[in-house]
Each structure stands twice: as C-alpha cells, then as structure tokens.
Design a protein. Sequence first.
Length: 209
Amino acid sequence: MRFNANVQPDGDRMNPQTENDMNITELEFIDGVITDANNNTASVAYWGSEGAARRALASLTHCSHCSDCSHCSDCSRCSGCSDCSRCSRCSGCSRCSDCSRCSDVAPQPIEAPEIPSIPNIHKAIYEAVLMPGAFDMGTWHNSCGTTHCRAGWAVHLAGEAGYALERRTSSEFAAMQIYKASGYLISPLRFYESNEVALADMKRLAELP
C-alpha cells in the first residue's frame, strides 16, 4: 500500500513542516511500518498511531536509514533517537551531536552544589579577621589566600566545599548561602561596606549571647 505523505487518511491536505517533509513525496506503508524516500522508518506500534509515525518521519531533516527517530538532522542508521544531529548508528539517544554507536545518552541532571556551614559563624569569622593583615573589604581573596573580605572569609572557613560553591556561582552568592546554612540571613549589602563598618557589625554579632 502506498499513499501520498501530504494527504491525511480523511482526504485533508497536510501543510509541509520541514524540508524533509517537502522531499518525501511518497511513503511506503507495509506491515505497520512506514518508510520514506530516504529509507527512514517509523513503526505505528512504536509511535502509537499512523499519524504520529508520519509526523516523526516528517520531523527528520537529511537523515537516512534511521528508525523511529524524531526531530533529528543529518543522522544515519540510528534508532529511537530524538533531537540529535550528525550522528550515526546510535540508539535511544537525545540531544546528541556528532556521536557514533552510543546508546541511551540523554542530558544529565545538574547536581546541586553542596552548601557548607560554619559552626559559630559569627565568632569564627570575627576571630579570623582580627589576625594581622587578614582583613580587607576591598578584595574577596588576595593572591596569597591570606587576606579576605567578610564574604571571602565565609567561603574560606567553609573549606573546599566553600570554594567549590564559589566557583560554581559567585563569591557573593556562596557567602550568602554559607551564612544561611549556618543559621543567619545576611544582606549582600554587608559585603560591600567599609572595613570599619563591617568590622563593627561582625564584632556585634560575635558578642551576641
């Protein structure tokens, strides 16, 4: 059985949606499998309906010999993939590019960074900034890693987890989250005060009962 790709079963005409759709003037429908002019196939059993299978084929651009793929371009001999480009002999992939013979590759979830905390954060930071040459609100961290501002000390005292959070986000955001995890909500404006004002506020908090 052969039918025109641009005519639906009820006789209504379909609007061409992709360049590949324009190139497919005829589809071959045998045993529940639709094959286009580029030897791409779509199984009605896989897609659930004849219409869905035809739409999947129409979404392919410059693909050949692929099966049950959708919204891919310039791929060949893949199966069950979606939103890929320039791949070959892959299966079950999504949003891949320039791959070959891979399978079940999909975007990986982004792991949320660890938010560390500092015990007695106010006292810990105040004691740290009192060390000679250790405090400068004009820099997050100096090149030697021995001088920090208020936010910089929060990151530094949180250890590697603090620096990892800073690298993933920013010094300001990391310090705010470390303060929050340590039990105190701090305004980011506190990170841009003068040495004198910042020191007075840290002293006040450190001396709270």
